[in-house]
Ligand binder design. Structure first.
Ligand SMILES: Cc1cc2nc3c(=O)[nH]c(=O)nc-3n(C[C@H](O)[C@H](O)[C@H](O)COP(=O)(O)OP(=O)(O)OC[C@H]3O[C@@H](n4cnc5c(N)ncnc54)[C@H](O)[C@@H]3O)c2cc1C
Length: 399
């Protein structure tokens, strides 16, 4: 349920294995509020065609609270951070799943009736929107297994009482710039840190197809301040955004950690519905697609290609695999957020550290390839010393 990266990737895997698969999406032209940045490894792993990527970012400008700028550059011409429009990426993934045999249903799932026994089906009650009427035709489908890929406000999560997660709220404005200014963002993205743009996250200017996405995020507790924080990033980036035309305003929650229960019975949550966005970077597209695929692979295995009904225990295998593969990544990024985003002094230290070539290489490798390549002991020692030095200097300079 849900035709974003998580649902579409799950449906593709199931359909490829010959399992009868239905993919529900309420809006086939959905344009998920999103920065649209994806790591290089996703292009290969999900076999994305080159035209899905609008821009290839090779320079990331980090801007400290006092406006110290540090450029992180990718020197290998084959490496980049991909910037895409979600309406294009999601439609591509969805239609590929449909081509491979998943039945794509343009429908809004309204409710789920849970089974009374371990073998009864789940009943999905949905409004079929395929005839173009705004309310659609009410229908019901009986299914053996449900994958909840319906995003941060997941109905599936509510139906299985998966429990709440803390979340951040992200706000984003799309701004079309005059050609001259757009050239600056040709292959460059910007990240701003500071109390004025976010007390616990970062603000960004990301290049899109023919415009830039300018946004910020903050924890739910500071939700009331989001417009003021957005005004902060607009002010900091004002010179570069001059003459821009506002074309869209959007906001959406970003989960901050996994839900207490991600598998209940024969229902599994993936992507944002499960709570798989990383701290520090706020990255969720790749993890949504990977979790959808991993969950579906587990179902294919456990059901022997659809011949046997998988159990809750079978589905829990997906959770074990997920936590084993990505548990450390989440923990490290959580720690980084706690250390470096908690005060302007720490943020100054963070940006200063980003000037170090070893830190740049480590950061890019872990983002682009999702593998933490261990640095040599000497480099590790150097980075640790720099981290401590930068933090101490940052605090010493703090007012
Ligand atoms: C402002 C902002 C900026 C972000 N920037 C980035 C970024 O640059 N890079 C990055 O990696 N991540 C980013 N993220 C996070 C990223 O957008 C999410 O992690 C990602 O979209 C999760 O994918 P998903 O498939 O799990 O859920 P979603 O993309 O939310 O997809 C869920 C789908 O389910 C459908 N749906 C929901 N309910 C129903 C229903 N009842 N019936 C039928 N269909 C339903 C929705 O229409 C939607 O298409 C950002 C998030 C925000 C809010």
């Amino acid at each position: 349920m849900g035709g974003g990266p998580a649902g579409a990737s799950a449906a593709e895997t199931l359909a490829k294995a010959g399992i009868e698969t239905y993919l529900f999406e309420r809006r086939l032209d959905n344009c998920k509020p999103c920065g649209g940045a994806i790591p290089l490894c996703m292009v290969d792993e999900f076999d994305l065609p080159p035209d899905i990527i609008d821009r290839r970012v090779r320079q990331m400008k980090m801007i400290s609270p006092s406006n110290v700028e540090v450029d992180i550059k990718l020197t290998n011409p084959h490496e980049y951070i991909g910037m895409c429009r979600r309406e294009i990426l999601d439609a591509f993934l969805r239609h590929r799943a449909a081509r491979l045999g998943a039945q794509l249903i343009h429908g809004l799932v309204q409710d789920i009736t849970l089974p009374q026994t371990s073998t009864e089906p789940y009943l999905l009650h949905y409004n079929d929107l395929s005839n173009g009427s705004p309310t659609g035709i009410p229908k019901t489908l009986a299914v053996d297994v449900v994958i909840g890929a319906d995003g941060a406000n997941s109905k599936v999560a509510k139906a299985i009482d998966a429990g709440d997660y803390n979340y951040a709220i992200a706000f984003q404005e799309r701004i079309r710039l005059p050609q001259e200014q757009m050239r600056y963002y040709e292959d460059r993205a910007e990240m701003y840190v500071g109390d004025d743009v976010s007390p616990d996250f970062y603000a960004w200017v990301f290049p899109k197809y023919d415009h830039v996405a300018v946004g910020t995020g903050t924890m739910r507790a500071n939700k009331a301040d989001i417009r003021q924080l957005q005004a902060g990033i607009r002010k900091r980036a004002a010179a570069r955004l001059q003459g821009g035309e506002l074309i869209k305003i959007e906001a959406h929650p970003i989960p901050e950690h996994p839900r207490p229960r991600r598998v209940v019975g024969r229902v599994a949550l993936v992507g944002d519905a499960a709570g798989y966005v990383t701290k520090s970077s706020g990255e969720g597209i790749y993890f949504a697609a990977k979790s959808g695929r991993m969950c579906a692979e587990t179902i294919v295995e456990a059901s022997q290609g659809g011949k046997r009904l998988p159990t809750e225990l079978d589905l829990r295998q997906y959770l074990r695999r997920w936590d084993k593969t990505y548990g450390l990544t989440y923990a490290v990024l959580d720690l980084l957020q706690r250390v470096f985003y908690r005060s302007n002094a720490a943020r100054e230290a963070f940006v200063e550290m980003c000037a170090d070539p070893d830190v740049q290489r480590l950061t890019f490798d872990s983002y682009l390839y999702k593998t933490v390549v261990p640095a040599s002991p000497w480099v590790q020692l150097k980075i640790t010393a720099k981290t401590i030095g930068s933090l101490l200097r940052g605090y010493a300079l703090a007012p």
